[in-house]
Design a protein. Structure first.
Length: 125
């Protein structure tokens, strides 16, 4: 089992795509590898690169504090579980809590609405 945690300053990042790095942990809570977050470039293709990285690492569970509904939907569609955590918790506590199914996000609507995506949609009219 591989657990991905988007991290900033050694803690769970406040927002999924704005994390500085993504840590990949195994079932024994050991850090296997970590990467700079490709989504920091801010473009749609950069966010796709983040999603691709997570898929390539064969992630089973992603821990988030906040995530947009579109990215959440893409993770869920890819068969990746998403667990909600709190950046006040330490990494070990987050890794332990990610197995709690009561913390799982199961529907894209549980993510934050994308204001930029809504604006783009309105501009097309």
């Amino acid at each position: 089992m591989i657990i991905a945690i988007p991290m900033s300053r050694g803690r769970l990042a406040g927002h999924f795509t704005k994390a500085q790095r993504i840590g990949f942990f195994n079932e024994y809570h050991h850090l296997v590898t970590s990467f700079d977050n490709p989504a920091l470039a801010g473009s749609c293709s950069a966010k796709k690169a983040m999603l691709t990285l997570i898929k390539e690492q064969k992630v089973d569970i992603v821990m988030v504090q906040n995530i947009g509904e579109r990215m959440l939907g893409k993770l869920l569609d890819a068969g990746i579980s998403v667990s909600q955590g709190d950046s006040a918790l330490g990494i070990e506590q987050l890794l332990t809590s990610c197995s709690d199914i009561n913390l799982r996000l199961v529907n894209a609507s549980e993510g934050r609405a994308s204001l930029n995506h809504l604006k783009k949609g309105l501009l097309q009219w």
